[in-house]
Design a protein around this ligand. Structure first.
Ligand code: NAD
Length: 522
């Protein structure tokens, strides 16, 4: 009998109230490995209620306690990361070394969140008026929802929940239904690290669970990562229900190669960034813009390197794994025919590759398409697979114009040895994350991650300082302890007082007959 993965609510597996389930594949074997429950609105409501109850204590707990739980989670995860990597490879298909890289990048955010007592300590301004202090504190929001995509089943949830939890919130995570097991594994590990039950919950499923989370009145904020159409839906629905929302969407990332670039570095980078994780990364390079005259030489260098890649079962030490589902594999493969139809040159056809894995695996080898017209769907669509396009351009200016004309603005890179050109590119390009001789410029945890345009909806990027702001709200306190002094009656609007003015309102009130201030001033 096939295993069924439960939700995780209030610290334990929960079968939920719906009998809807969906398949979870082992993409390298091409078989259904387990089923996952698809939660109902009622399941989401129970998870939110558990989170709300847990938040009552967790939101008031000391920062030291929260920090200790995060430290504990960091230690456990570091010690047992191989277990998690095996889960990622089995359900997503990415090779084990890539799964380990995903976990390492998630751990960075956990470590960042361990510094929450410092990050969320607010500000203090003493004596803004006589005996009046103003200070601001960062408070948790309450229950927050996180909705994550299939391509990073551990790292993307870790972009959000460590900071949310460290700030005192309680979380309901709706992971991708395609590779859901990592979420339950992390939930159990958080519990082992000492996180109180109910602070972190997982509800599996599809649109039904997502929409229930977006509209639930007790959910204060939603962090979403996924494709652009769904990000837009999430943003519009959740903001219409009064929530704070950050919704990160899709991408089409370009690498601009200037004639003075080191073409061996460029070819290595294009192959690594184009085919790592089978191109199923939002920061994958999917278009190389080759400025004349480097095109021919660069295409040859990329083709040579592609010949050395082994596509196969990620558990076997191959370079590239399968795609997530057969349906997605077929969709991606369909772009190769489309490229020929649109007049592009298919230099390497991934359908003809040899695969080191089961015959039924969802295989497609690395594919290189040259001279892709910018009107082709091969260029305009986010393919999200191992298909690298080369577009030939005549100048730096034409390359930047193409990048800026696109609807997305997630990541981009320039390869050049000209510092001035790199600097100009960084200023002129309308993209949120820029690499200079670096192909996948994912910022470290203490900066924030996010793109421009259709790659993000909402005002806050993920993690880093913007993540801290997103998961907290600021309270500004104006406090006076009488000396004792008294400004008297004053109906004027409070303002910063002028020199010599001792009242809070600043207007110098009508005397009330009280004695003047006595005693030493502190
Ligand atoms: P997806 O949009 O299909 O799914 C993302 C989440 O939304 C999943 O949890 C899914 O269950 C849910 N969902 C799917 N359809 C829905 C619907 N109709 N209504 C409500 N919820 C729905 O994305 P995916 O295929 O899992 O992931 C790949 C996409 O994510 C790519 O477009 C990629 O660029 C993007 N992505 C972006 C970033 C980023 O930081 N910008 C990072 C990773 C992935």
């Amino acid at each position: 009998m096939t295993d069924v993965l439960d939700h995780w609510i209030a610290g334990r597996p929960d079968a939920g109230s719906s009998d809807r389930t969906g398949p979870v594949y082992d993409p390298a074997l091409g078989v259904v490995a387990k089923e996952v429950r698809y939660g109902s609105a009622d399941d989401v409501a129970r998870a939110v209620a558990a989170a709300r109850e847990a938040f009552a204590d967790w939101g008031r707990s000391s920062t030291a306690r929260r920090q200790q739980v995060l430290f504990g989670f960091r230690e456990l995860l570091n010690a047992r990361k191989d277990e998690l990597a095996a889960i990622l490879t089995a359900e997503h298909g990415k090779v084990l070394s890539d799964a380990a890289g995903e976990i390492a990048r998630g751990l960075e955010v956990v470590e960042f969140a361990c510094g929450m007592p410092h990050l969320a300590k607010g500000a203090f301004s003493p004596n803004v008026s006589t005996d009046v202090d103003v200070y601001s504190v960062k408070e948790p929001l309450g229950v927050v929802g996180v909705i994550s995509p299939f391509n990073f089943p551990a790292m993307v949830p870790m972009w959000f929940f460590p900071i949310a939890i460290a700030a005192g919130n309680a979380v309901v995570l709706k992971p991708s239904e395609k590779d859901p097991s990592a979420a339950n594994w992390m939930a159990a590990l958080l519990q082992e690290a000492g996180l109180p039950d109910g602070v972190f919950n997982v509800v599996h499923g599809d649109k039904v669970a997502v929409d229930a989370l977006l509209t639930h009145p007790d959910v204060a904020a939603v962090s979403f990562v996924g494709s652009t159409p769904i990000a837009k839906h999430v943003y519009e629905t959740a903001t219409a229900h009064g929530k704070r929302v950050q919704a990160l969407g899709g991408a089409k990332n370009h690498m601009l190669v200037l004639p003075d670039a080191d073409l061996d570095l460029v070819a290595d980078s294009a192959v690594n960034a184009g085919f790592g994780s089978a191109g199923e990364r939002c920061m994958a390079i999917s278009v190389v813009l080759a400025v004349d005259p480097v095109g021919d030489e660069l295409v040859e260098k990329i083709r040579d390197r592609m010949g050395k890649l082994v596509t196969g079962d990620g558990r076997k030490g191959c370079d590239m794994g399968p795609l997530i589902t057969r349906e997605h594999r077929d969709k991606v493969a369909g772009y190769i025919d489309l490229a020929t139809d649109d007049g592009a040159t298919v230099v390497v056809d991934g359908r003809e590759a040899q695969f080191d894995g089961a015959a039924e695996g969802f295989w497609l080898g690395p594919t290189l398409v040259d001279r892709v017209p910018t009107g082709s769907k091969v260029y305009t669509d986010e393919i999200f697979g191992p298909v690298l396009s080369v577009v030939r351009v005549s100048s730096y200016a034409e390359g930047v114009e193409i990048i800026n004309a696109g609807p997305y603005g997630n990541g981009t890179a320039i390869f050049t040895n000209d510092g001035g050109a790199a600097r100009r590119f960084q200023r002129e390009v309308e993209v949120g994350m820029v690499g200079i001789n670096v192909p996948i410029p994912v910022p470290v945890a203490y900066h924030s991650f996010g793109g421009y345009k259709a790659s993000i909806f909402g005002d806050a990027k993920a993690y880093g300082p913007q993540g801290v702001d997103f998961f907290t709200r600021e309270k500004a306190v104006t406090s006076r302890w009488l000396d004792p002094s008294h400004g008297g009656l004053n109906l004027g609007f409070p303002r910063t007082p002028e020199a010599g003015d001792t009242s809070v309102g600043g207007g110098g009130g009508r005397p009330t007959g009280r004695p003047p201030p006595v005693g030493p001033r502190r």
